[in-house]
Design a protein around this ligand. Structure first.
Ligand SMILES: Nc1ncnc2c1ncn2[C@@H]1O[C@H](COP(=O)(O)OP(=O)(O)O)[C@@H](O)[C@H]1O
Ligand SMILES: [Mg+2]
Length: 351
């Protein structure tokens, strides 16, 4: 039966998610697919992958935004009182992109971070990855402090935590072949294994034929390019995959395929997942836990099913109401019936 009434929606979204995977996390690290020596694997399994406390990051406001709270650029991310101080202390006016975020990602768990554009999601991701320095607070990965610094000082983190970004066109070097793109992290991270074999393996994992190795990014559709980006992220056998709006640039039907692929891969490769999206439907589909971010803060956090069924914050209810829906019994992001797999050149022309 179709579910067209509002109250059915949380259950409908929740039903499309894969079974929670956190419960299996305690055993999976002992048979680490990476084959790395990890004597503490059983203990590590019980540890948090990421532990973040009191994380804050502010940026100077652009000049135009320093005129006060009425100005459109002042935005909701400005600190309370920014406006009042704007005249006298405008040179010091700032916008707090992330304020006091605390979160724990248990090993093997999947966390969705959802919030409207400008709510601070990408800033938070950059802080998690050590690509930016917080003003306050700490990020720990498996107990070790993440400090922004030179790439080589963060190699230990890159080895374990890989990222897929929104725009596969911007994130794939157009001058490199697919084979070179996917092999890049293996080289940068000095992964000691047969790179050619690993590239073939991850291309197959994302359902691309290994013959694509010799081709260039522009020869592929948007969805296929995102598969290449996912293959590259998987190549060094990370433990955590971070997706920052990984399907936002894709057509709805392709989006569903990529989400299904991510769900499949995170389970098969026993990955922890941090999935960032402005779309609650996207994170609900893949994540056991969800954090709702608004103006730099987590306003609500909890098991996805619970948050969907009983959103405590009015902002969460707004996001829930905005989840796109297709007619019929399909989930909000299921492919439109009749549309085939992602083999068409869609997106190739449009970007
Ligand atoms: N490097 C930067 N310099 C100045 N402001 C920034 C910078 N990065 C992000 N911001 C601001 O921080 C806020 C949050 O941005 P962002 O983290 O990109 O949000 P989201 O990813 O949720 O859209 C926005 O107001 C944005 O303009
Ligand atoms: Mg963003």
């Amino acid at each position: 039966m179709t579910h067209s009434t509002q109250p059915d929606r949380p259950a409908e979204i929740a039903r499309t998610r894969p079974a929670p995977r956190a419960a299996a996390a305690s055993t999976r690290r002992e048979v680490d697919a990476a084959g790395r020596s990890d004597p503490g694997s059983a203990r590590a399994a019980a540890e948090a992958a990421f532990e973040v406390t009191g994380l804050s990051r502010s940026f100077p406001l652009p000049r135009a935004a320093r005129r006060g709270p009425g100005h459109p650029d002042a935005g909701s991310g400005g600190q309370p009182g920014d406006g009042k101080r704007a005249g006298r202390a405008s040179r010091h006016a700032s916008r707090q992109a992330v304020r006091g975020v605390t979160l724990t990602l248990p090993a093997g768990a999947s966390l969705g971070i959802v919030g409207e554009s400008g709510s601070g999601k990408s800033t938070l991701v950059r802080l998690l990855l050590g690509l930016d320095r917080p003003d306050a607070g700490t990020v720990r990965y498996r107990g070790r402090l993440v400090r922004a610094g030179r790439p080589r000082d963060l190699r230990w983190l890159r080895r374990d935590v890989q990222v897929v970004l929104q725009d596969p066109v911007a994130s794939l070097n157009p001058r490199l072949t697919v084979g070179a793109i996917v092999a890049e992290p293996l080289e940068c991270l000095r992964v000691a294994e047969d790179h050619d074999a690993r590239v073939d393996e991850v291309l197959r994992a994302v359902d691309l034929p290994t013959e694509v190795r010799g081709r260039y990014p522009h020869e592929f559709s948007g969805g296929q390019r995102q598969r290449i980006a996912i293959a590259r992220a998987l190549a060094p056998r990370p433990r955590v995959l971070v997706g920052d709006e990984p399907v936002s640039a894709l057509d709805v039907s392709v989006r569903a395929q990529i989400l299904d692929l991510l769900a499949e891969l995170t389970i098969a490769s026993q990955l922890s997942l941090i999935l960032v999206s402005h779309d609650l439907g996207v994170v609900a589909r893949l994540c056991d836990q969800v954090a709702v971010m608004r103006a730099g803060e987590f306003v609500e956090q909890g098991p996805t099913a619970q948050v969907l069924a009983n959103p405590a914050h009015p902002y969460t209810r707004t996001l829930l109401a905005a989840v796109p829906r297709l007619p019929g019994p399909a989930s909000p992001l299921e492919p439109t019936p009749g549309q085939g797999p992602d083999t068409s050149p869609e997106g190739a022309a449009s970007g």
